[in-house]
Design a protein around this ligand. Structure first.
Ligand SMILES: Cc1ncc(COP(=O)(O)O)c(C=O)c1O
Length: 381
């Protein structure tokens, strides 16, 4: 028997990896499942993106290993995108590293900065990967609780009362997944000050800025933020390119160099055609975002109706690709979603996937057609 590494004892298979197998079996057995689970955009990327990847196949360099830092053209496009949408200036040569999705950036940043025993502040509720990657690198996750009463913003007074001496990284994610909470007016300034005060690297994971959100913001727009902050971003949700695997980490050149040290030892560049497509996506005009959001708006109106039919409550000011809904007080998230899956053949994500603070909540994805959401409402009603 070959024993697995100790680190594997610290993590479980990713929730969706397991649950989607179960849902897949139900589908295979003929059950008409409607999935409102995972946030994988079902819409097409912009046409010019598809044209760019098709045209790229004939280029002489298309099939070679690509630069570890991505095409200069792609870094330029990211720099212009950050300037246009966030008013943040980034040097394409030193302050931008394209990634294969922002998810891998969580591992790369952790590998670059964490030693065994270092502590990491992780939002509860929050994206589960922050916790699992922290465990995989042998560091210790310290959960900080987000509360609906505080519109899911960090409680700095509570954090200041804790021992922060071993904390090296703090993960933040605004607009917040799963709740859809926007960053408050001052939270980015407060985070920068907090990071400086305690010498903590603040990483804002920012893939949802452009979904149902009129005010995209970057933590790097705060003066002095580059001293202690990095930002992850992604084309997955903004341009319906989740399967392409294109993201980025941006920030101070010293951090970017450190992350490149890890990344250049793990992959050998991103496929050329994908980079060419990404360049075209990043050049999209405001029209793209308006059209995309019209679709999500229509779907969200219907999901609100579905949530009403399930006796849930929700915040109409929330942003992003999900509706985060509160169950009636006596119900547990996982029991509830299992019941709806069994009785109505609708798959919804239980809030507990995102931590203990997600108990009593469920998360609906907007990555389903209006027809399917209407059918879900009819089944529940
Ligand atoms: C909060 C958050 N961060 C990061 C990711 C990863 O996105 P990607 O790796 O596709 O860029 C997701 C995906 O669902 C997410 O919800």
């Amino acid at each position: 028997m070959i024993e697995v590494a100790n680190r594997l004892q610290t993590v479980e298979e990713y929730y969706f990896s397991k649950k989607l197998r179960e849902v897949g079996l139900l589908i295979a057995s003929g059950k008409p499942i409607i999935s409102l689970g995972i946030g994988s955009p079902d819409l097409q990327p912009p046409k010019k993106v598809l044209d760019a990847i098709s045209e790229s196949f004939q280029d002489a360099n298309a099939h070679k290993y690509q630069s570890y830092q991505g095409l200069p053209e792609l870094r330029n496009a990211i720099s212009k995108f950050y300037k246009a949408h966030f008013s943040v200036s980034l040097s394409p040569n030193t302050e931008i590293l394209p990634l294969m999705g922002s998810k891998e950036g969580i591992m790369h940043i952790s590998m670059a900065y964490l030693n065994e025993g270092d502590e990491v502040l992780i939002p509860n509720p929050g994206y589960p990967t922050y916790q699992s990657v922290t465990k995989l690198v042998g560091a210790k996750g310290v959960l900080y609780e987000l509360d609906e009463a505080n519109n899911w913003q960090p409680d700095f007074a509570a954090l200041e009362k804790t021992d922060l001496t071993k904390v090296k990284i703090m993960w933040v994610n605004y607009p917040h997944m799963p709740t859809g909470a926007q960053p408050s007016k001052t939270v980015f300034e407060d985070l920068v000050a907090f990071g400086k005060r305690h010498n903590i690297l603040i990483v804002n994971d920012n893939p949802y800025s452009f979904i149902l959100n009129d005010e995209p913001k970057s933590i790097l727009s705060v003066e002095g933020a580059k001293d202690v902050c990095l930002e992850l971003n992604s084309l997955s949700k903004t341009f319906n390119m989740a399967g392409w695997r294109v993201g980025m980490v941006v920030g101070d050149s010293v951090h970017i160099k450190n992350i490149l040290k890890v990344k250049s030892n793990m992959d050998s560049g991103m496929f050329y055609g994908i980079q060419k497509g990404a360049v075209e996506a990043l050049k999209c005009s405001k029209m793209w975002f308006a059209t995309l959001n019209n679709v999500y708006k229509e779907r969200r109106d219907l999901v609100w109706k579905l949530a009403d039919a399930l006796n849930c409550t929700y915040d109409k000011n929330a942003t992003g690709m999900f509706v985060w809904a509160k169950l009636p007080a006596y119900l547990k998230s996982e029991e509830f979603i299992d019941l709806v899956l069994k009785e109505n053949h609708i798959f919804i994500t239980p809030g507990t996937v995102f931590g203990t603070k997600g108990e009593g909540y469920i998360r609906f994805s907007l990555c389903a057609s209006t027809e399917n959401i209407e059918e879900a409402i009819a089944r529940v009603e």
